[in-house]
Write a protein that binds this ligand. Sequence first.
Ligand code: COA
Length: 260
Amino acid sequence: MFQPNLLGNRVALITGGGTGICRGIALAFARHGCDVAITSRKLEHLEPTRDELRALGVRVVARAADVRDPAAVNDAVAAVVSELGRLDILINGAAGNFICLAENLSPNGFGTVVDIDLKGTFNASRAALPHLKARGGSVINISATLPYLGTMGQAHASAAKAGVDSLTRTLAVEWGPYGIRVNGIAPGPIEGTEGVRRLTNEKSREVALRLCPLRRLGTVDDIANASLYLASDAASYVNGVTLVVDGGLWLRSARILGEE
Ligand code: COA
């Protein structure tokens, strides 16, 4: 689908890169010649993916860092640049979520998801900025279609991801002059991921399959391919967009999560 070595001689940092969608992005980038750094709260969540990436022949850094902790994120970015020599691409993928109606959600529950998804995206972007500025680069914020309509049980994540989309547009404008493109990807339900395990049940998956114009859930490769496009020179004039990769599902309804 893509020419080989699309990201040769580049270095990418992928938060949340040990599992799920972000593991898929890390592997796809490595297959295209990109050296890859992955972070997660726990090192043990990174080790199997680190080994898979190394087996692909690229240089790899795996670091424990909670995106809620600006100092830890700064340290991780410094380690990436020290070990891999540069930083060209940042994927803000670390996220947290659960289903809970707003009337049952504690302030700390709401704040925890905003801290991870929204403030974590800011923290990592801010830490990466001086290095991205050196040669220009690309930031991709993993978002969601949740805020496009009212999605039950998702007040916390919808608010956080709406904030992420706003940050995408603002940073695209502020950092474009540095040669840094800032874009987002809003995936639909992606099969085999923790998100689908946590946020859907058999009934809501069946509804999603029925409603989705393409009649299937997404795959990790669907998101990895969108990331390859946005991170590569193929998207060199694309800045400030959030690319929806959901088979058209949200256009039919984003109200399936949390509904019985
Ligand atoms: N329903 C309602 N509230 C919940 C909840 C749930 N299922 N899970 C956690 N919370 C609340 C907690 O009760 C707590 O609030 P409180 O102090 O008022 O009781 C607050 O959220 C923080 O929970 P805690 O478990 O201390 O936070 P954490 O930092 O350890 O975990 C989470 C972060 C909450 C996002 C957790 O779900 C998590 O670690 N998830 C793993 C990653 C993930 O979610 N991936 C999915 C991607 S779609």
